[in-house]
Design a protein around this ligand. Structure first.
Ligand SMILES: [Zn+2]
Length: 334
């Protein structure tokens, strides 16, 4: 393999030829392909990671382009799923990268099926529930994961290593600026890259098995504040994830048919009986006009835009209450 493209980081004293060889052998899972996910994916691919798995449940919209750096206007115009557009652009950056892409909602089943041979998980989600799920999966399967959160101009980051550090769940009461509810207050690009820089730095250390202090880092880029605190002593004995008797509750939570999408004014509805073929013939029969590409079908019903993906997953836009979504689905499919 030609290592010339990695020559500048091979020169870096903590990497070298051996470190580069370690990086080339790694398989990293990135959960979410929005602001954090696109930056992380590009960084990992340029750094030389051998294999990545990427997953996201959404498609590209014009309002993503301000901070989701892999995407173009053309991607937004053609309603491309984020992972499909990301894969294409990542392969243009580096043709020998191996990418596994999933247009999917991340739940326990997804992780059990697709994350078994992963060296590291990077959190690029925007919600608390998925992070708790990642945390449970990571500790149950002894995979390190790196948390990253960004809102407005603030950032927060920490690496969790099963068997070594207390888990995310132990830390939750102490995490500053954690967005436990959906954020609708905006975000600026430099705060995104600050978060992903911290995550990438820890990702490199984990891949190189360098020493990693157990600490959480947070700050406000606009205000110029930057802090960290050690959390090696914050393990709770009763923690359901890393305590004495772990039960991994988020891995066993019942899957709900309806989920609210963070800050998107959108409800996700899942019903594997409604395949793309069934939906298409239903729309034709009922004279409802629609657009489609190889990944999705898009139509309007009762003033709501609805986007349907393979596997019976739909995004219903213009509502935030799952009960409204239930009513609409009942009207549609009876
Ligand atoms: Zn814990």
């Amino acid at each position: 393999m030609d290592l010339e493209r990695y020559s500048r980081q091979i020169l870096y004293k903590h990497i070298g030829q051996q470190g580069q060889a370690q990086i080339l052998n790694k398989h990293v899972l990135i959960i979410g392909m929005g602001a954090l996910g696109t930056h992380l994916a590009e960084s990992l691919v340029r750094t030389g990671v051998g294999e990545i798995t990427i997953v996201d449940r959404d498609y590209i919209e014009p309002s993503n382009l301000q901070r989701q750096t892999l995407f173009t206007e053309q991607d937004a115009m053609s309603y491309m799923p984020k992972v499909v557009a990301a894969s294409e652009h990542l392969k243009a950056i580096r043709s020998d990268i191996v990418i596994h892409q999933h247009i999917d909602h991340v739940d326990a089943y997804f992780l059990e099926t697709n994350a078994k041979n992963i060296d590291l998980i990077l959190d690029a989600t925007d919600n608390f529930e998925t992070r708790q799920l990642i945390n449970d999966f990571a500790y149950a399967n002894k995979v390190p994961w790196i948390y990253g959160g960004v809102v407005q101009s603030t950032y927060v980051e920490a690496a969790f290593i099963p068997g070594e550090t207390p888990c995310f769940n132990c830390l939750v009461p102490n995490i500053p600026t954690i967005n436990m509810t959906c954020d609708t207050v905006g975000v600026i690009q430099p705060a995104v890259t600050m978060t992903t820089s911290l995550q990438m730095k820890d990702a490199l250390k984990i891949m190189l098995t360098s020493e990693l202090p157990t600490k959480l880092t947070y700050g406000d880029l606009w205000e110029g504040s930057h802090h960290s605190f050690g959390f090696s002593k914050m393990r709770r004995a009763t923690c359901p994830t890393c305590g004495e008797r772990p039960t991994y509750p988020y891995l066993h939570a019942n899957n709900r048919n309806f989920a609210t999408l963070c800050g998107r004014d959108t409800i996700q509805y899942q019903n594997s009986d409604i395949t793309q073929e069934i939906l298409e013939s239903f729309l034709i029969k009922n004279h409802i006009s629609y657009q489609s590409n190889p990944y999705m079908i898009r139509f309007k019903y009762n003033g709501h835009q609805i986007v349907s993906f393979k596997g019976g997953r739909m995004l219903i836009h213009g509502m935030t209450n799952p009960n409204d979504a239930k009513t609409l689905i009942n009207q549609l499919f009876g």
